[in-house]
Design a protein around this ligand. Structure first.
Ligand code: SF4
Ligand code: SF4
Length: 76
């Protein structure tokens, strides 16, 4: 799964996304919000909880679909 995460200049480093993202995508270092997109599971919780709606996420690639995964498993 590939997800694009954008954070706008509205971010004021409140830390809510850092504390609540289930996979630790966000970190605040040197007064800057770092985003590790690789770990995102596209739950979209951060979009909802950000007080200033600074975060937007977009699914770029779903990876293998469930039916494709089943096919691969049954071929083994
Ligand atoms: S929740 Fe929003 S304002 Fe707070 S640190 Fe994250 S992006 Fe910035
Ligand atoms: S969509 Fe979910 S997993 Fe991805 S950065 Fe936001 S809270 Fe974290």
């Amino acid at each position: 799964m590939k997800v694009e995460i954008r954070v706008s200049d509205a971010c004021y480093l409140c830390g809510l996304c850092v504390e609540n993202c289930p996979t630790g995508v966000f970190q605040i270092t040197d007064k800057h919000l770092k985003v590790d997109q690789e770990n995102c599971i596209y739950c979209r919780g951060c979009e909802v909880l950000c007080p200033v709606k600074a975060i937007s996420t977009r699914l770029l690639d779903e990876g293998l679909t469930i039916s494709r995964r089943r096919t691969l498993i049954s071929v083994k």
